[in-house]
Design a protein around this ligand. Structure first.
Ligand SMILES: [Zn+2]
Length: 140
């Protein structure tokens, strides 16, 4: 049996690492949760031992959440303004809660993706680990 700390199933690409981070899993191995609390990453992965204290996501996940929320809600707002006769207050009563809910829903996935990218590129003290020299074999 291989040692999971020495031989984790490393992601084949940045998108696979990001997908693991977006779903709240360890970007390195996908074997354990990335977050200890809503936006607080675990100090280390319980499956592969990766130290997550090097992450410096800072405000970037919030910017990503705002960017995505704005782009998703802009067409909705345009349709509501053009196709309905809602008052500005009614429009705010619909759009603001939707924006807040979407922002909160996107915050943790965005942070997971940012941490995954930082790990993938070896930023802030993370060790750059790639499996480029290994051939990915799904039957293994
Ligand atoms: Zn892990």
């Amino acid at each position: 049996m291989t040692d999971p700390i020495q031989h984790p199933p490393l992601p084949a690409s940045l998108s696979e690492a990001a997908r693991r981070g977006i779903t709240g899993r360890c970007p390195r191995c996908g074997g354990a949760g990335l977050f200890a609390r809503f936006l607080k990453p675990a100090s280390h992965c319980h499956a592969c031992g990766q130290d997550w204290r090097f992450q410096r996501a800072d405000d970037f996940p919030a910017y990503l959440s705002m960017f995505i929320t704005g782009h998703l809600l802009a067409p909705v707002i345009i349709v509501l303004v053009r196709e309905t006769s809602l008052t500005p207050l009614a429009l705010c009563a619909i759009v603001l809660p939707a924006a807040m809910a979407l922002m909160l829903a996107l915050l943790q996935p965005a942070k997971g993706a940012v941490i995954a990218a930082q790990w993938w590129f070896g930023m802030h003290g993370f060790t750059k680990e790639r499996i480029e020299d290994q051939r990915w074999d799904p039957g293994r």
